[in-house]
Design a protein around this ligand. Structure first.
Ligand code: AMP
Length: 280
């Protein structure tokens, strides 16, 4: 597995793949990799001739006072995981090159970037989409692999690809969970043992919501309080939002007569966790 830092080197390797007629799959990450990331890399390796993984803790997507500085990093471990999951090329861009002087050029979308996680984290999705656009323009992959764990992010990035006619196919892979249901996340490493136990409340609440839905309840106004009760059983937990939304538009639904997804964001102590579950 090759490791590349500069955009120039990156472009040269990509050209060499293209000259051999190889297809390219791309998995952008912020590192501190876990099984969720590895599942994306393995799927990319199955579907494409070459797999590029980027590791970059993107300052553009962190707000003031968020965890940019203490975001976990483990480049050595990440290298091993990428290698064993089947990656061919690791891209480790440097901030001064990939961001440079802040030019004021950003990808921005009305409404969809400002609701749910965007309401709690102003500027977050603008930072995500801007960085993914930069990376896509450098890597020029055939396929972009994303995790369903970050549901709003997948909706926004699919919209970016569609609305800007970008020649890449977006593949969204299922959320990988711990054995008790907690969605894997680099941020789980912030949790102390007590908080780690409380964190399973997100999954428990969503499962409760789905169970009630499957028994025939269709009113979000009935289902949501039942989910909130599950979260409130944990003293360390504080709800940021619980919503049931349309999977395409993220518009909240009250009467759920077609596809919907439960989205949750919950603080466990000082750690904000998100998760989601399809209702269908
Ligand atoms: P991150 O490093 O958190 O920016 O995540 C990089 C990619 O991995 C994103 O597409 C995430 O949605 C995906 N990802 C993160 N956690 C999981 C998980 N538990 N299961 C599947 N994909 C995940």
């Amino acid at each position: 597995m090759e490791q590349v830092i500069t955009i120039k080197e990156m472009r040269a390797v990509i050209v060499s793949f293209r000259q051999k007629g190889e297809t390219i799959g791309f998995v952008p990450t912020m590192g501190f990799l876990h099984e969720g990331h590895c599942s994306l890399i393995r799927e990319a390796a199955r579907a494409c001739d070459r797999v590029v993984v980027s590791i970059f803790v993107n300052p553009l997507q962190f707000g003031p006072g968020e965890d940019f500085v203490r975001y976990p990093r483990d480049l050595k471990g990440d290298f091993e995981k990428c290698l064993s999951a089947g990656a061919h090329l690791l891209f480790l861009p440097e901030t001064r090159e990939i961001i440079g002087e802040n030019s004021g050029a950003f990808i921005r979308m009305d409404r969809i970037m400002d609701i749910l996680c965007g309401a709690s984290r102003p500027g977050h999705f603008q930072g995500v989409a801007t960085m993914v656009l930069k990376l896509l323009n450098i890597v020029q992959p055939d396929y972009l692999f994303l995790g369903a764990k970050d549901f709003q992010q997948t909706v926004i990035l699919k919209k970016m690809v569609r609305d800007f006619f970008m020649p890449v196919r977006v593949e969204v892979m299922p959320t990988v969970r711990e054995s008790d249901g907690l969605a894997m996340s680099s941020r789980n490493s912030y949790l102390n043992p007590e908080e780690r136990k409380s964190a399973v409340a997100l999954y428990r609440a969503m499962k409760k919501g789905k169970e009630v839905f499957l028994k025939g309840e269709r009113k979000a106004s009935v289902i949501k309080p039942l989910m909130e009760n599950e979260i409130r059983k944990e003293s360390a937990a504080r709800i940021d939002y619980i919503e049931m939304v349309s999977p395409e538009t993220l518009v909240p639904l009250d009467d759920i007569q077609r596809d919907a997804v439960i989205l949750v964001a919950v603080w466990i102590g000082k750690t904000r966790l998100i998760d989601n579950l399809k209702l269908s």
